[in-house]
Design a protein around this ligand. Sequence first.
Ligand code: CA
Ligand code: CA
Ligand code: CA
Length: 455
Amino acid sequence: MPRISIGFILIALSLLLSGCSFQTFPTELLRAPKMTTDLNQIREAVSYYMPSGARLLIPSRHKTVESSIQEIDMDGDGIDEAVAFYKIEKTQLEVGILILKKEGNKWIKTEQYTDVGASIDYIQFSDLSGDGRKELLVGWNGGDYGLKQLNIYHYDNEKLKQVGQMSYSDLAIDDLDEDGKQDLILFNHDHVKMETSASVYHLEKERLIRIDSIMLDGGINGFMNVTTGLATPKQKGVFAEIGVGAHSAYTLLLTMENGKLFDVLRKGDFDYELTYKAQSVYSEDMNGDNLIEIAVLEEPPQQENVSLAEMPWITNWLQWDGKNGLIPVHKNYNNYTAGYRFDYPQTWNSYMTIQRNESETSGESIFNYIAEDKKRLIPLAAIRYVDNLDWPDTEKKLKDAMTEYTLIGQNYGKTIFAAVYPMPENLKVTDRNRYSNLRTNTTYLDENIKILNVE
Ligand SMILES: [Ca+2]
Ligand SMILES: [Ca+2]
Ligand SMILES: [Ca+2]
């Protein structure tokens, strides 16, 4: 069964919501139904308590929290409070946190906290101290040298109290060693001193305690993405995509055991060739088996005259082997111009290559069999896209030519469709046999080409 892309859900939701008069965020609606019934009331209460000239803030980067108003049980009594973040437009560095609780039918203010910051990078609610109540973690943008500042607050007797403050470039929270205590991992990259480090902290009572720290590659551009999850069925890890050079990247995998951090895929002197890629691709659980895969990019055969920017990369998804290597688990072809992902047939091998031709309004990726003579390219399938306006005309032509095709969907104003080619008649026996083994059909293409997220 095809996995339903988030993009699809978002499109469906935005259609459902088009009649609403206030701005809503899809994530809020995907949670418990109570969100929708109370949300308007909370929004009204929040705007009542906000100072004049203030506007709500949304974290700029981390998508863990997509809304500026959160419903979360801060004091552990089983009832959700509402937490809002705002900025006062006139004073550039003043930001506010507002906490409301529900009394009877009304939302009333319990805390209004003012802090220094320009905008919000990150918001998270996590029980770092392990007392059953969640701490509020806010990452403020605007520090020196591009560093951000993480402030950690307890919520006690309806008041916020700052219990920790650290600078960071990127961060993650998870129980990495699965000992029941949340681990806070902070990455710091100082591009002036050319130093990078990863440190893990615990919050003990009201103090941040550093558990371990390791040095990383100092000569990097910075952190592009950080995610945590299972690296093997038994071990969690932190996966970080790190930018190097003009457009390249590598993925760092950190694990934690007995209070120590391990940089498990590093070879020798900050050599990460195992996960190096010419363009960044973020780690994710791409096959739905609950383990996070790391992506590397493979150049298909016969691309000698193709520039790196135009390369039709095949994405190879790899899992950690639990030691210092990686195991390939899946391949796909991603087209970010049209926004689709094509899960490669298992039978497709080194006899296959991809030709990609793209213009402003249309494009095609042709999947070719390389004949035994290594010269002739014989097409098996193609994924194409045209401007939505051109689709009726294109469809008529496909029908007139009796092309075997399937309509995949629409993304970024483009219509994506896939076609299969008939086998040419004049093939030699070897080519005929190989070509037959590689053949695909519109049912396979329909199920294995997915529209990528629309943001
Ligand atoms: Ca509560
Ligand atoms: Ca832990
Ligand atoms: Ca997976």
